[in-house]
Design a protein around this ligand. Structure first.
Ligand SMILES: CC(C)(COP(=O)(O)OP(=O)(O)OC[C@H]1O[C@@H](n2cnc3c(N)ncnc32)[C@H](O)[C@@H]1OP(=O)(O)O)[C@@H](O)C(=O)NCCC(=O)NCCS
Length: 161
C-alpha cells in the first residue's frame, strides 16, 4: 500500500517475530501503548504472542518501515471472538508514523482481509477520547454500539460469507 508516496508493506507475523514486536513496544510512548491496550503495557509475553499468531485464534499482521524491512512501525490483529463471524481488530502504530494516513490505509486492508477470512463483522474497542482512532473508525464506516466504563465498541459489517 502506498501512503504519501511511501510504500508501506504488511506481512503475516510468525512466532519468530516476538523480539521485533517487543522492540516496537520499547520505541513507543506510554500513551500510545495505553491507547492500544487500555492499560499500562510495555511488552508482550511469549504466551500472548503465541496466541496472536495462532491461526486457530486469528491473525497478526506486521507493518514495516519502508526504509528498513526488518524494523516494525506497527502491527495489527484480526482475532476471532466468541460471536460467530465476528473478528476483533486492533492496531498500533509507532508514534512517529501516526496521523499521516497509514492507520486509515491499514484499516481498509484489515477489512478486506477479514472479509477474505470469512468474517461478516469486525469490531474494535477504543477509548472515548481517542480522537484519532475514532476518526479512523468513523471514516471506514464503523459505528459505536456498546459502551463500557472506559471504552466504546465500534462495529462494521464487512459482507456475506
Ligand atoms: C489510532 C491509530 C491506529 C490511527 O492511525 P493513524 O495512522 O494515526 O490515523 P490516520 O492518519 O490514518 O487518521 C485516521 C483518521 O483520523 C483522523 N484524525 C487524525 N488525527 C486526528 C485528531 N487528532 N483528531 C481527530 N481526527 C483525527 C484523520 O483525519 C483520519 O480521518 P479520515 O480518514 O476521515 O481522513 C494510530 O494513531 C495508533 O496506532 N494509535 C495508538 C494505538 C491506538 O490508539 N490504537 C487504537 C485502539 S486498538
Amino acid at each position: 500500500m502506498t501512503v504519501l508516496d511511501r510504500v508501506v508493506t504488511m506481512r503475516a507475523a510468525t512466532g519468530h517475530d516476538l523480539a521485533a514486536v517487543n522492540d516496537l513496544h520499547r520505541r513507543c510512548t506510554t500513551r500510545t501503548l495505553c491507547r492500544r491496550y487500555h492499560a499500562g503495557r510495555d511488552r508482550l509475553s511469549a504466551a500472548e504472542w503465541g496466541r496472536m499468531v495462532d491461526p486457530a485464534l486469528g491473525h497478526t499482521l506486521l507493518i514495516t518501515d519502508p526504509a528498513a524491512d526488518d524494523v516494525l512501525i506497527g502491527f495489527a490483529n484480526v482475532m476471532r471472538t466468541t460471536r460467530d463471524g465476528t473478528a476483533e481488530v486492533s492496531l498500533l502504530l509507532h508514534d512517529e508514523w501516526q496521523g499521516v494516513g497509514i492507520g486509515r490505509a491499514v484499516a481498509r486492508q484489515l477489512v478486506l482481509f477479514a472479509r477474505r477470512e470469512g468474517f461478516t463483522t469486525v469490531v474494535a474497542w477504543a477509548e472515548p477520547d481517542n480522537r484519532r482512532a475514532l476518526g479512523l473508525l468513523r471514516g471506514i464506516g464503523a459505528r459505536p454500539d456498546a459502551v463500557e466504563p472506559d471504552e466504546v465498541r465500534w462495529t462494521l459489517p464487512v459482507g456475506p460469507r
